[in-house]
Ligand binder design. Structure first.
Ligand code: AMP
Length: 538
């Protein structure tokens, strides 16, 4: 077979040649912007030419600090198409983490959304490698800023070369992208994506048995473009010529509902908290979102009750998937096998709430403390290990690599069970499992149980130290407005309706207004553990 390199250049060139008329819709700071792949490709060539002019060379890192919109999409393709590395920076990180990762990645140029400039201005004195800043706004005017030199994105595009030729000197193993992922302790860790990894990942996302992304789809990624490449959707969608709808800055569940309806979106993707928010909007308003064929949910466990609500109450198909920044990210998808379709509704939901089976192209194994594979009985727990062409093989210039990448496998840090059908179920992060009297309690199971109660919006469960049992679970719960449910009601519900063992029940349930979240919308368990310890002392 021919040894043709897989490269992002061929993705954008395909869209340009085959889908010039297809649309991209983008919510920007000033309104809705619509254009076609033809225009998008032309602007991408222009951006690539000006980046070259600014001195960006093969292998250089270019950081983006931006929301989900068409300019970010142009950067997604322009940067790797000149052989440089697209470094998407999480806009919600604390300042010291932002400056750490920009310096650690040695970003040469930073491309920043206008409303996010103050966040970079605040850390500018700590940035040691950046030679130029580019501000993305809807016009060419340069805002007042302490960043220097500062260029206007639109001005640069207007000076760019529409005929610019993308690089032909790209090896498929060259780095194309980079994303830092937060660690439980310490500074964020950098993951590098190769051209080959991104292309193969996109191909996997197009398989009918995974997300089945196709030309006829209209895709709205709610998952940020600074988080694991918005789960690879902008790459796959461009390659396949799908219509893309970007939700832009400061989106809210209301804005998402409006965009889903107006642009007849067929696939949307995000973390469970996004869908919990959307569910509340759908309950209040009347939106017609019948066009949706898949709400893709990952990043944290999708509660079974949420899947049921979407599918049964709203008739919206739901796909639960699992992955990590380190896995580009798609690793498993919970799609029922043909012979599972006829199972009773509850059993089907039970399976769909699992994280699913490994996608074609990757290998997995689940091992105990000694590295032996655990039986696939749906009960025995072990750590999930992954291997494959879109799984990272190290952290970028980071000593922590040696603990996470062992003998050609990525140690995910996720504790799972595997059933006879190969469906994995995440029990917890290794660091979040609760060990009570020598036995494990899954915080994820308890959270899903609590969230199955009609009055509960969100629930998070953490371990607190205990003299006798070593650790015990306590829960934090956000109730619906005006709900009168008490701790005893919830404990009764868990024990008698959901049949949780008595010793699993949380010792305390604290009612709070909002669960603190990480920068990518997951429950911030570290902070909850601290709050719980304080509350117990009182
Ligand atoms: P990140 O790199 O920020 O995307 O985080 C990856 C981690 O999120 C994984 O290691 C899991 O712990 C968690 N995660 C991702 N998807 C799921 C899911 N569907 N269910 C439960 N946990 C998930």
């Amino acid at each position: 077979m021919m040894d043709t390199p897989l490269s992002i250049v061929s993705m954008i060139e395909r869209a340009e040649k085959l889908f010039p008329k297809k649309e991209i819709i983008s919510r920007t700071h000033s309104g809705i912007f619509e254009y076609t792949y033809k225009d998008m490709a032309e602007r991408t060539r222009k951006l690539a030419s000006v980046l070259k002019r600014l001195g960006v060379e093969k292998g250089d890192r270019v950081g983006t600090f931006a929301w989900n919109h068409h300019r970010h999409l142009e950067a997604y393709f322009a940067i790797p198409s000149i052989g440089a590395v697209l470094h998407t920076i999480n806009i919600r990180l604390p300042g010291e983490h932002i400056s750490y990762i920009v310096n650690h990645a040695e970003d040469k140029v930073l491309i920043i959304d206008i409303d996010l400039l103050p966040l970079i201005e605040r850390v500018k004195d700590d940035l040691t490698t950046v030679k130029a800043f580019i501000v993305m706004a809807d016009d060419t005017e340069l805002p007042e800023s302490t960043l220097e030199p500062l260029y206007s994105y639109e001005q640069l595009i207007s000076e760019g070369d529409a005929e610019f030729q993308f690089s032909t000197n790209i090896d498929e193993n060259d780095p194309a992208g980079m994303c830092y992922t937060s660690a439980t302790t310490g500074l964020p860790k950098g993951v590098v994506y190769s051209h080959r990894g991104i292309v193969l990942h996109s191909m996997a996302a197009g398989l009918v048995d995974t997300l089945g992304i196709s030309e006829s789809d209209r895709i709205l990624p709610v998952v940020p473009m600074f988080h694991a490449n918005a789960w690879g959707l902008p790459f796959a969608a461009t390659w396949f010529g799908s219509t893309q709808v970007f939700p832009g800055p400061q989106m809210t569940p209301q804005i998402i509902a409006e965009l889903l309806e107006k642009y007849k979106v067929t696939i949307t993707a995000g973390v469970p908290t996004v869908w919990l928010g959307l569910m509340q909007v759908l309950e209040k308003g009347s939106y017609n979102i019948d066009s949706i064929r898949a709400v893709v949910c990952g990043g944290s466990a999708a509660p079974k009750e949420m899947i049921r609500k979407f599918e049964v109450d709203y008739g919206i198909p739901f796909i639960h998937a699992y992955g990590m920044t380190e896995t580009t990210p798609l690793a498993t998808v919970a799609r029922l096998k043909s012979y599972q379709q006829d199972l009773p509704e509850d059993e089907r939901l039970e399976l769909r709430a699992k994280q699913g089976i490994i996608v074609p192209g990757l290998n997995m194994k689940v091992v105990d403390d000694k590295g032996n594979e655990v039986p696939h009985d749906g009960k025995t727990m072990g750590e999930l290990l992954l291997q494959g062409p879109w799984i990272a093989d190290s952290y970028y210039k980071d000593d922590r690599s040696k603990n996470a990448f062992v003998d050609g496998w990525l140690k995910t840090g996720d504790v799972v069970t595997v059933d006879e059908e190969g469906f994995i179920k995440i029990v917890d992060r290794t660091s979040d499992l609760i060990k009570s009297g020598g036995e494990w309690i899954s915080s994820v199971d308890l959270e899903n149980g609590l969230m199955a109660h009609d009055d509960v919006i969100e629930a998070a469960v953490v371990a607190v130290p205990h003299e006798k049992w070593m650790e015990r679970p306590v829960a934090f719960v956000v109730l619906k407005e005006n709900a009168q449910t008490t701790k005893d009601d919830l404990l009764h519900f868990l024990e008698h309706q959901l049949k949780f063992a008595r010793w699993w029940l949380p010792d305390e349930i604290y009612f709070i207004e909002e669960i603190p979240k990480t920068s990518v919308g997951k429950f911030l368990k570290r902070e909850l553990r601290e709050i719980a310890k304080e509350k117990i002392k009182q």
